[in-house]
Design a protein around this ligand. Structure first.
Ligand SMILES: Cc1cc2nc3c(=O)[nH]c(=O)nc-3n(C[C@H](O)[C@H](O)[C@H](O)COP(=O)(O)O)c2cc1C
Length: 194
């Protein structure tokens, strides 16, 4: 499969970056063709400007957006790797979606309501969190960690096969636990189309 990894973390020494490396390794070992979209390294500007929005409303896709959509539509599979920031995606990743998931490319409105247009065979979402799982359970907020992404974005745009994994307590995890997660992520890459 052609797989696009979309990665959103500013620190190349972070655990998220290690996750990126291991996931990419697993995917490549399984024979997938992999592209990485490292949003911070690319210095992606996440702010959807008034001029961009105005162009989109006249069905003209600005060059900046067309380039990003080329990467999205090249892929048959998608992987997202990012930390949970205030119960959400880092703004740079949220902004990437604001730009590329345009009406007519990612979804369309029909008489029956919105329909998803993306044809990707699979999306894998890997999220790290600073808090313990019990914190989210106590607040009845576990699903808030992933649903804006899995349901509100990917499923809305038509992707049916969505897998997500959440890794808790990341800042305080001992080394052995970190290594176990990285091995798990390698296997997720190796078994991406299983
Ligand atoms: C701006 C910011 C917001 C954060 N918000 C949350 C949050 O809402 N919930 C949570 O569990 N952790 C939160 N964290 C902690 C990060 O999720 C955690 O440090 C990260 O996942 C660890 O991975 P890393 O070492 O690769 O950065 C936040 C961290 C930052 C910097």
């Amino acid at each position: 499969m052609r797989v696009l990894i979309v990665y959103a973390h500013p620190n190349p020494a972070s655990f998220n970056h290690a996750m990126l490396e291991y996931c990419q390794r697993g995917l490549v070992a399984a024979g997938h063709e992999v592209r990485v979209k490292d949003l911070y390294t690319e210095n992606f500007d996440p702010v959807l400007r008034a001029s961009d929005l105005a162009s989109l409303q006249t069905s003209v896709i600005p060059e900046k957006i067309a380039q990003e959509q080329e990467a999205l539509l090249w892929a048959e599979g998608l992987v997202f790797i990012y930390p949970l920031w205030w119960y959400g995606r880092p703004a740079i990743l949220k902004g990437w979606f604001d730009h590329i998931l345009t009406n007519g490319v990612a979804f369309a409105y029909s008489a029956e309501g919105p329909i998803g247009l993306l044809q990707h065979k699979k999306a894998l979402v890997l999220i790290t969190a600073g808090s313990d799982k019990s914190f989210f359970q106590a607040n009845d907020s576990e699903t808030l960690i992933h649903r804006p992404m899995t349901d509100g974005t990917l499923s809305f745009c038509g992707i049916k096969n969505i897998q997500y994994e959440i890794f808790y307590n990341v800042p305080t995890l001992p080394l052995e636990e970190r290594e176990k997660i990285l091995q798990q992520i390698t296997r997720l890459g190796e078994n991406f189309d299983a």
